[in-house]
Ligand binder design. Sequence first.
Ligand code: FE2
Length: 363
Amino acid sequence: MAFKNFPMVPFVVYGRGSFAQLGDIIRPHRQEGKPFIFFVDNCFRDRNDFLGRIPVEGNDEIILVDVNSHEPSTWQVDSYRDYLKEKYGEVSGVAGMGGGAVMDITKAVSLMMTNPGSAADYQGWDLVKNPGIYKVGIPTLSGTGAEVSRTAVLIGPEKKLGLNSDFTPFRQVILDPELIKGVPPLQRFYTGMDNYLHCIESLTGSYMNVFSKAYGEKAFQMCHHVFFEKDVWDEQSDEELMMASWMGGMSIAYSQVGIIHAMGYGLGFALGVRHGEGNSLIFNQLEEFYPEEVAEYRKLLERMEKMYGITLPEGVTADCTEEQFDTMVRVASGMTPLWENALGKDWQKIMTPDRMREIFKRI
Ligand SMILES: [Fe+2]
Protein backbone atom coordinates (compact mmCIF):
# COMPACT_ATOMS: atom_id res chain seq x y z
CA MET A 1 0.00 0.00 0.00
CA ALA A 2 1.24 3.43 -0.90
CA PHE A 3 0.70 6.15 1.65
CA LYS A 4 -0.80 9.33 0.38
CA ASN A 5 1.68 12.16 -0.11
CA PHE A 6 -0.44 15.27 -0.15
CA PRO A 7 0.32 18.99 -0.39
CA MET A 8 -0.63 21.50 2.26
CA VAL A 9 -1.07 25.27 1.98
CA PRO A 10 2.51 26.56 2.33
CA PHE A 11 1.71 30.00 3.74
CA VAL A 12 -1.04 30.93 6.15
CA VAL A 13 -1.73 34.03 8.23
CA TYR A 14 -4.18 33.84 11.09
CA GLY A 15 -5.58 36.67 13.18
CA ARG A 16 -8.26 39.26 13.62
CA GLY A 17 -7.39 42.08 11.19
CA SER A 18 -4.80 40.06 9.26
CA PHE A 19 -6.61 40.87 6.00
CA ALA A 20 -4.80 44.23 6.15
CA GLN A 21 -1.57 42.40 5.25
CA LEU A 22 -2.85 41.23 1.87
CA GLY A 23 -1.14 44.04 -0.07
CA ASP A 24 2.26 43.29 1.49
CA ILE A 25 1.81 39.55 1.03
CA ILE A 26 1.08 39.67 -2.69
CA ARG A 27 3.62 42.42 -3.55
CA PRO A 28 6.56 40.03 -4.22
CA HIS A 29 4.31 38.05 -6.58
CA ARG A 30 3.36 41.02 -8.74
CA GLN A 31 4.85 40.94 -12.24
CA GLU A 32 5.46 44.01 -14.34
CA GLY A 33 2.36 45.02 -16.29
CA LYS A 34 0.36 41.97 -15.25
CA PRO A 35 -2.62 42.65 -13.01
CA PHE A 36 -3.70 40.89 -9.86
CA ILE A 37 -7.28 39.64 -10.04
CA PHE A 38 -9.55 39.61 -6.99
CA PHE A 39 -12.61 37.34 -7.19
CA VAL A 40 -15.09 38.58 -4.60
CA ASP A 41 -18.43 37.13 -3.53
CA ASN A 42 -21.18 39.24 -5.02
CA CYS A 43 -22.70 39.71 -1.55
CA PHE A 44 -20.01 42.37 -1.00
CA ARG A 45 -21.11 44.45 -4.02
CA ASP A 46 -22.44 47.32 -1.86
CA ARG A 47 -19.91 46.91 0.92
CA ASN A 48 -17.42 49.66 0.20
CA ASP A 49 -16.00 49.20 3.69
CA PHE A 50 -14.78 45.80 2.47
CA LEU A 51 -14.11 46.48 -1.22
CA GLY A 52 -12.13 49.60 -0.28
CA ARG A 53 -9.69 47.48 1.73
CA ILE A 54 -8.69 45.32 -1.25
CA PRO A 55 -5.16 46.42 -2.26
CA VAL A 56 -5.92 47.32 -5.88
CA GLU A 57 -2.98 48.73 -7.84
CA GLY A 58 -2.39 49.64 -11.50
CA ASN A 59 -4.54 47.54 -13.83
CA ASP A 60 -5.72 45.14 -11.10
CA GLU A 61 -9.34 44.10 -11.32
CA ILE A 62 -12.03 43.13 -8.83
CA ILE A 63 -14.49 40.61 -10.29
CA LEU A 64 -17.74 40.12 -8.40
CA VAL A 65 -18.80 36.49 -8.57
CA ASP A 66 -22.43 35.48 -8.46
CA VAL A 67 -22.61 32.31 -6.43
CA ASN A 68 -26.21 32.61 -5.28
CA SER A 69 -28.08 31.54 -8.37
CA HIS A 70 -26.02 28.43 -9.09
CA GLU A 71 -23.19 26.23 -7.90
CA PRO A 72 -19.78 26.99 -9.48
CA SER A 73 -19.42 25.35 -12.86
CA THR A 74 -16.75 24.40 -15.38
CA TRP A 75 -18.20 26.82 -17.96
CA GLN A 76 -18.10 29.67 -15.42
CA VAL A 77 -14.40 28.94 -14.81
CA ASP A 78 -13.69 28.64 -18.56
CA SER A 79 -15.36 31.96 -19.24
CA TYR A 80 -13.33 33.76 -16.55
CA ARG A 81 -10.15 32.24 -17.99
CA ASP A 82 -11.11 33.28 -21.53
CA TYR A 83 -11.93 36.79 -20.34
CA LEU A 84 -8.62 37.20 -18.49
CA LYS A 85 -6.54 35.76 -21.31
CA GLU A 86 -8.21 37.93 -23.91
CA LYS A 87 -7.99 41.13 -21.86
CA TYR A 88 -4.58 40.74 -20.22
CA GLY A 89 -2.79 37.77 -21.76
CA GLU A 90 -1.27 36.86 -18.43
CA VAL A 91 -2.04 37.93 -14.87
CA SER A 92 0.20 37.99 -11.77
CA GLY A 93 -2.14 36.03 -9.59
CA VAL A 94 -5.66 35.52 -8.33
CA ALA A 95 -7.22 35.93 -4.90
CA GLY A 96 -10.62 34.58 -3.89
CA MET A 97 -12.69 36.21 -1.16
CA GLY A 98 -15.89 34.45 -0.22
CA GLY A 99 -17.14 31.01 0.74
CA GLY A 100 -16.33 27.64 -0.78
CA ALA A 101 -17.81 28.51 -4.15
CA VAL A 102 -15.65 31.62 -4.71
CA MET A 103 -12.57 29.85 -3.38
CA ASP A 104 -13.14 26.87 -5.67
CA ILE A 105 -13.63 29.15 -8.68
CA THR A 106 -10.41 30.99 -7.83
CA LYS A 107 -8.41 27.77 -7.52
CA ALA A 108 -9.83 26.45 -10.78
CA VAL A 109 -9.15 29.70 -12.69
CA SER A 110 -5.56 29.61 -11.42
CA LEU A 111 -5.17 26.10 -12.88
CA MET A 112 -6.92 26.90 -16.14
CA MET A 113 -4.59 29.85 -16.84
CA THR A 114 -1.82 27.31 -17.46
CA ASN A 115 -3.64 24.15 -18.56
CA PRO A 116 -5.26 23.83 -22.00
CA GLY A 117 -8.88 22.94 -22.73
CA SER A 118 -11.87 23.13 -20.44
CA ALA A 119 -12.00 22.77 -16.66
CA ALA A 120 -14.32 19.82 -17.36
CA ASP A 121 -11.28 17.93 -18.76
CA TYR A 122 -9.72 17.94 -15.30
CA GLN A 123 -12.67 16.85 -13.16
CA GLY A 124 -11.29 13.81 -11.42
CA TRP A 125 -8.14 12.80 -9.61
CA ASP A 126 -4.66 13.99 -10.65
CA LEU A 127 -5.50 14.98 -14.21
CA VAL A 128 -4.03 18.51 -13.96
CA LYS A 129 -0.60 18.62 -15.67
CA ASN A 130 0.80 22.11 -14.99
CA PRO A 131 1.01 24.18 -11.80
CA GLY A 132 -1.48 27.04 -11.87
CA ILE A 133 -0.66 30.69 -11.29
CA TYR A 134 -0.15 32.18 -7.82
CA LYS A 135 -3.38 32.01 -5.81
CA VAL A 136 -4.58 33.32 -2.47
CA GLY A 137 -7.64 32.19 -0.50
CA ILE A 138 -9.43 34.46 1.92
CA PRO A 139 -12.53 32.88 3.47
CA THR A 140 -15.39 35.21 4.40
CA LEU A 141 -17.57 32.24 5.30
CA SER A 142 -16.23 29.18 7.10
CA GLY A 143 -17.08 25.52 6.90
CA THR A 144 -16.40 24.02 3.51
CA GLY A 145 -12.67 23.61 4.08
CA ALA A 146 -12.08 24.89 0.52
CA GLU A 147 -9.34 27.14 1.90
CA VAL A 148 -7.23 24.07 2.70
CA SER A 149 -8.36 21.34 0.30
CA ARG A 150 -6.61 19.96 -2.80
CA THR A 151 -9.80 20.13 -4.82
CA ALA A 152 -11.98 22.70 -6.56
CA VAL A 153 -15.49 21.30 -6.84
CA LEU A 154 -17.38 22.24 -9.99
CA ILE A 155 -20.52 21.23 -11.81
CA GLY A 156 -19.60 20.10 -15.30
CA PRO A 157 -21.51 18.84 -18.31
CA GLU A 158 -21.40 15.23 -17.06
CA LYS A 159 -20.92 15.37 -13.33
CA LYS A 160 -20.26 17.38 -10.22
CA LEU A 161 -16.69 16.58 -9.28
CA GLY A 162 -13.60 18.42 -8.16
CA LEU A 163 -10.32 19.20 -9.86
CA ASN A 164 -8.32 17.11 -7.37
CA SER A 165 -4.59 17.62 -7.79
CA ASP A 166 -1.36 18.55 -6.07
CA PHE A 167 -1.50 21.87 -7.94
CA THR A 168 -4.96 22.80 -6.65
CA PRO A 169 -4.26 24.11 -3.09
CA PHE A 170 -3.82 27.81 -2.50
CA ARG A 171 -0.25 29.10 -2.18
CA GLN A 172 -1.37 31.49 0.53
CA VAL A 173 -4.38 31.67 2.84
CA ILE A 174 -5.44 34.54 5.06
CA LEU A 175 -7.62 33.51 7.99
CA ASP A 176 -9.13 36.66 9.46
CA PRO A 177 -12.08 35.85 11.75
CA GLU A 178 -13.28 39.45 11.48
CA LEU A 179 -14.29 38.72 7.88
CA ILE A 180 -16.91 36.12 8.80
CA LYS A 181 -18.69 38.39 11.25
CA GLY A 182 -22.33 38.97 10.38
CA VAL A 183 -22.88 36.04 7.99
CA PRO A 184 -26.68 35.49 7.87
CA PRO A 185 -27.83 32.63 10.19
CA LEU A 186 -29.10 30.35 7.43
CA GLN A 187 -25.87 30.53 5.45
CA ARG A 188 -23.87 30.12 8.63
CA PHE A 189 -25.92 27.07 9.54
CA TYR A 190 -25.59 25.30 6.19
CA THR A 191 -21.88 26.01 5.83
CA GLY A 192 -21.28 25.07 9.46
CA MET A 193 -23.13 21.81 8.90
CA ASP A 194 -20.88 21.04 5.95
CA ASN A 195 -17.98 21.31 8.36
CA TYR A 196 -19.76 19.25 11.01
CA LEU A 197 -20.49 16.55 8.43
CA HIS A 198 -16.87 16.50 7.22
CA CYS A 199 -15.96 15.56 10.79
CA ILE A 200 -18.67 12.90 11.13
CA GLU A 201 -17.82 11.30 7.79
CA SER A 202 -14.11 11.42 8.43
CA LEU A 203 -14.29 10.14 12.02
CA THR A 204 -16.69 7.27 11.26
CA GLY A 205 -15.05 6.16 8.00
CA SER A 206 -12.84 3.16 7.37
CA TYR A 207 -10.01 5.45 6.17
CA MET A 208 -9.68 6.92 9.65
CA ASN A 209 -6.20 7.20 11.10
CA VAL A 210 -4.59 9.18 13.90
CA PHE A 211 -3.50 12.00 11.58
CA SER A 212 -7.09 12.61 10.48
CA LYS A 213 -8.51 11.96 13.92
CA ALA A 214 -6.27 14.58 15.49
CA TYR A 215 -7.75 17.25 13.25
CA GLY A 216 -11.27 15.80 13.01
CA GLU A 217 -11.89 15.52 16.72
CA LYS A 218 -10.79 19.07 17.44
CA ALA A 219 -12.81 20.44 14.53
CA PHE A 220 -15.85 18.49 15.70
CA GLN A 221 -15.44 19.79 19.24
CA MET A 222 -15.27 23.44 18.11
CA CYS A 223 -18.14 23.08 15.69
CA HIS A 224 -20.22 21.34 18.35
CA HIS A 225 -19.45 24.10 20.82
CA VAL A 226 -20.58 26.81 18.40
CA PHE A 227 -23.80 25.18 17.25
CA PHE A 228 -24.92 23.08 20.21
CA GLU A 229 -23.72 25.02 23.21
CA LYS A 230 -23.41 28.73 22.48
CA ASP A 231 -26.52 30.85 22.96
CA VAL A 232 -25.14 33.91 21.26
CA TRP A 233 -22.98 34.24 18.21
CA ASP A 234 -19.88 36.17 19.22
CA GLU A 235 -16.26 36.74 18.22
CA GLN A 236 -15.22 33.45 19.75
CA SER A 237 -17.78 31.65 17.55
CA ASP A 238 -16.26 33.22 14.42
CA GLU A 239 -12.78 32.21 15.50
CA GLU A 240 -13.79 28.66 16.38
CA LEU A 241 -15.67 28.11 13.14
CA MET A 242 -12.83 29.49 11.08
CA MET A 243 -10.37 27.04 12.64
CA ALA A 244 -12.92 24.19 12.66
CA SER A 245 -13.31 24.62 8.90
CA TRP A 246 -9.54 24.49 8.45
CA MET A 247 -9.10 21.46 10.66
CA GLY A 248 -12.13 19.63 9.25
CA GLY A 249 -10.57 20.14 5.81
CA MET A 250 -7.25 18.80 7.08
CA SER A 251 -9.02 15.80 8.55
CA ILE A 252 -10.64 14.77 5.27
CA ALA A 253 -7.41 15.47 3.39
CA TYR A 254 -5.94 12.33 4.93
CA SER A 255 -9.16 10.33 5.08
CA GLN A 256 -12.28 10.95 3.02
CA VAL A 257 -15.89 12.07 3.23
CA GLY A 258 -18.69 9.53 2.76
CA ILE A 259 -22.34 8.82 1.97
CA ILE A 260 -23.58 12.32 2.71
CA HIS A 261 -21.18 14.01 0.33
CA ALA A 262 -21.54 11.37 -2.39
CA MET A 263 -25.31 11.78 -2.38
CA GLY A 264 -24.99 15.54 -1.95
CA TYR A 265 -23.07 15.67 -5.22
CA GLY A 266 -25.92 13.78 -6.91
CA LEU A 267 -28.51 16.19 -5.54
CA GLY A 268 -26.36 19.19 -6.40
CA PHE A 269 -25.79 18.07 -9.97
CA ALA A 270 -29.41 17.16 -10.72
CA LEU A 271 -31.16 20.04 -8.97
CA GLY A 272 -28.48 22.65 -8.29
CA VAL A 273 -29.06 22.38 -4.53
CA ARG A 274 -26.23 24.18 -2.74
CA HIS A 275 -23.54 22.05 -1.12
CA GLY A 276 -24.22 22.70 2.57
CA GLU A 277 -27.97 22.65 2.15
CA GLY A 278 -27.92 19.43 0.12
CA ASN A 279 -25.70 17.68 2.64
CA SER A 280 -27.95 18.81 5.50
CA LEU A 281 -31.03 17.47 3.70
CA ILE A 282 -29.40 14.12 2.98
CA PHE A 283 -27.98 13.67 6.45
CA ASN A 284 -31.49 14.07 7.89
CA GLN A 285 -32.52 10.95 5.91
CA LEU A 286 -29.59 8.73 6.89
CA GLU A 287 -30.59 7.56 10.34
CA GLU A 288 -30.23 3.94 9.23
CA PHE A 289 -26.50 4.62 8.74
CA TYR A 290 -25.86 7.19 11.46
CA PRO A 291 -28.51 6.60 14.17
CA GLU A 292 -26.90 8.52 17.04
CA GLU A 293 -25.55 11.32 14.89
CA VAL A 294 -28.85 11.95 13.14
CA ALA A 295 -30.73 11.90 16.46
CA GLU A 296 -28.42 14.60 17.76
CA TYR A 297 -28.69 16.55 14.52
CA ARG A 298 -32.48 16.61 14.85
CA LYS A 299 -32.09 18.14 18.31
CA LEU A 300 -29.89 20.78 16.71
CA LEU A 301 -32.55 21.45 14.09
CA GLU A 302 -35.06 22.12 16.88
CA ARG A 303 -32.59 24.48 18.51
CA MET A 304 -31.93 26.31 15.23
CA GLU A 305 -35.64 26.70 14.61
CA LYS A 306 -36.13 28.22 18.06
CA MET A 307 -33.11 30.50 17.84
CA TYR A 308 -33.23 31.62 14.20
CA GLY A 309 -36.43 30.23 12.65
CA ILE A 310 -34.34 27.90 10.47
CA THR A 311 -36.15 24.85 9.08
CA LEU A 312 -35.03 22.40 6.41
CA PRO A 313 -37.03 22.64 3.17
CA GLU A 314 -39.37 19.72 2.53
CA GLY A 315 -40.44 17.98 -0.65
CA VAL A 316 -37.30 19.07 -2.51
CA THR A 317 -37.42 16.05 -4.84
CA ALA A 318 -41.22 15.73 -4.84
CA ASP A 319 -41.60 16.88 -8.45
CA CYS A 320 -38.52 15.13 -9.82
CA THR A 321 -38.80 12.87 -12.85
CA GLU A 322 -37.46 9.31 -12.88
CA GLU A 323 -34.72 10.59 -15.18
CA GLN A 324 -33.64 13.09 -12.57
CA PHE A 325 -33.47 10.35 -9.94
CA ASP A 326 -31.39 8.30 -12.40
CA THR A 327 -28.99 11.23 -12.68
CA MET A 328 -28.73 11.64 -8.90
CA VAL A 329 -27.97 7.94 -8.46
CA ARG A 330 -25.47 7.93 -11.35
CA VAL A 331 -23.51 10.95 -10.10
CA ALA A 332 -23.53 9.78 -6.48
CA SER A 333 -22.48 6.22 -7.43
CA GLY A 334 -19.46 7.58 -9.29
CA MET A 335 -17.85 8.72 -6.03
CA THR A 336 -16.18 5.37 -5.30
CA PRO A 337 -13.60 6.47 -2.69
CA LEU A 338 -16.35 8.14 -0.64
CA TRP A 339 -18.48 5.00 -0.61
CA GLU A 340 -15.54 2.77 0.22
CA ASN A 341 -14.64 4.99 3.13
CA ALA A 342 -18.18 4.90 4.49
CA LEU A 343 -19.27 1.34 3.76
CA GLY A 344 -16.19 -0.63 2.72
CA LYS A 345 -15.22 -2.34 -0.53
CA ASP A 346 -18.58 -4.08 -0.80
CA TRP A 347 -20.50 -0.83 -0.60
CA GLN A 348 -22.54 -1.60 -3.72
CA LYS A 349 -24.13 -4.56 -1.96
CA ILE A 350 -25.19 -2.30 0.91
CA MET A 351 -26.19 0.81 -1.01
CA THR A 352 -27.99 -0.58 -4.03
CA PRO A 353 -29.25 1.88 -6.66
CA ASP A 354 -32.83 1.23 -5.51
CA ARG A 355 -32.01 1.94 -1.90
CA MET A 356 -30.25 5.17 -2.83
CA ARG A 357 -33.14 6.22 -5.03
CA GLU A 358 -35.57 5.64 -2.21
CA ILE A 359 -33.50 7.92 0.06
CA PHE A 360 -33.42 10.65 -2.63
CA LYS A 361 -37.19 10.35 -2.91
CA ARG A 362 -37.64 11.10 0.80
CA ILE A 363 -35.84 14.44 0.55
FE1 FE2 B 1 -18.35 19.49 2.11
